[in-house]
Design a protein around this ligand. Structure first.
Ligand code: GLU
Length: 366
């Protein structure tokens, strides 16, 4: 189960972080930070966290009582997010934490998707623990995910995770509600989500937004993209157990599918074509990024973040998301990376297409 994981998203809900009045309870975060690190060490994977808790912490700090107006909710999130990150930062110290606040538009729009992905990749590369939340102070209406279960599925998609772990206060799915049916039995493995959707019941607490319903919806998004989903109880201890191979919850099998980023990329319409030479094709197949040097021709008009097709000798060999628009690429094709800045007057990236944003037809690499 856990052997193949290179990247894992762990979703932590409000009820896993706060006490009864909605205040962040640091010992819970310490245990979670420890669980994350034990998991990373045991599996050799990187963990990205999706953390709720901002709204509840802000409400408590501002002394607001429900129901709130929309601007009050936005202010509560703004206040609470700062408190939340302060505690996460302390919990992970001496490791740095990276706060990433996303809206649905960051997933839906290509340029924003690539930007968000690049920020995440760089944070991971630099050794920070990315902690994502919805940008509740500005995300309203149609740019809102609405609940962090859904956000966590998209985050798993964004980082190309193999697994999404949704932490809850019950140990996964049961064949009846364990709070009212003491004989309820846990379900360790789900192969067909549709067959268990009737078990979701209602939301468990009123502090967060999600219940089992949104967890199963998130599991659907993830598993359809080839990411397995686990609904796990026990907070930090649940993660430590998982590191030992012990599942305190339910595992929902992924559809046999290509990895998440390939699935996403495969859906993108291509806006142009970049023809590359033999040397560049070899480098890409060896798992490297596309640099300007290997580019021999550009067709079409495309912008930063667009998907383009890659060809070698007029044969399509893959596709990727570009870090430069077509006009800039016409000017830097064939150049060494050290020459980009002089030619364009700026250089945001060495890579024209980063290998994380690239899929090749041959399934072996990419
Ligand atoms: N983003 C919200 C927060 O941090 C939580 C949403 C949810 O509970 O799903 O308070």
């Amino acid at each position: 189960m856990t052997g193949q994981w290179r990247r894992v998203v762990v979703k932590v809900g409000t009820s896993s972080l706060t006490d009864r009045v909605g205040r962040i309870y640091p010992p819970l975060l310490w245990a979670l930070a420890r669980g994350v690190q034990v998991l990373q060490q045991a599996l050799g994977c990187k963990v990205v966290i999706v953390s709720s808790g901002a709204g509840a912490a802000g409400r408590e700090r501002l002394g607001l009582s429900l129901p709130l107006t929309l601007p009050e909710k936005q202010a509560a999130a703004a206040v609470g997010q700062a408190l939340l990150m302060l505690d996460w930062s302390r919990a992970f110290a001496p490791l740095p934490v990276a706060q990433l606040l996303l809206t649905a538009a960051d997933i839906q729009q290509r340029e924003r998707y690539v930007n968000a992905k690049n920020a995440l990749e760089a944070s991971l590369r630099l050794g920070a623990v990315p902690i994502i939340n919805e940008n509740d102070s500005v995300a309203t209406g149609e740019i809102k995910f609405g609940d962090n279960d859904t956000l966590s599925a998209w985050a798993a998609y964004l980082v190309g995770a193999e697994a999404l772990i949704i932490l809850t206060d019950v140990d996964g799915l049961y064949d009846a509600d364990p709070r009212t049916h003491p004989q309820a039995r846990p379900i360790p493995l789900v192969q067909d989500l549709a067959a268990v959707s009737h078990l979701a019941g209602k939301a468990g607490t009123n502090r967060g937004t999600g219940g089992m319903v949104t967890k199963l919806q998130a599991a659907k998004i993830a598993t359809e993209a080839g990411i397995e989903a686990l609904i796990v109880g026990g907070g930090g201890a649940g993660l430590e157990a998982l590191a030992r191979g012990e599942l305190r919850g339910t595992r929902i099998q992924a559809h046999p599918h290509t990895p998440a980023r390939k699935a996403w990329l495969a859906q993108q319409p291509t806006r142009g074509v970049i023809a590359i030479d033999e040397g560049a094709a070899r480098a890409l197949r060896a798992g490297r990024s596309l640099l300007p040097k290997g580019i021999v021709g550009i067709t079409g008009h495309f912008d930063f973040g667009d998907a383009v097709a890659l060809t070698l000798d007029q044969q399509a060999i893959g596709r990727g998301l570009v870090n430069y628009d077509s006009e800039a690429l016409q000017r830097i094709k064939g150049l060494h990376t050290s020459e980009i800045a002089a030619r364009l007057g700026y250089k945001d990236y060495d890579e024209v297409i980063h290998r994380d944003n690239l899929v090749l037809k041959e399934a072996k690499h990419g």
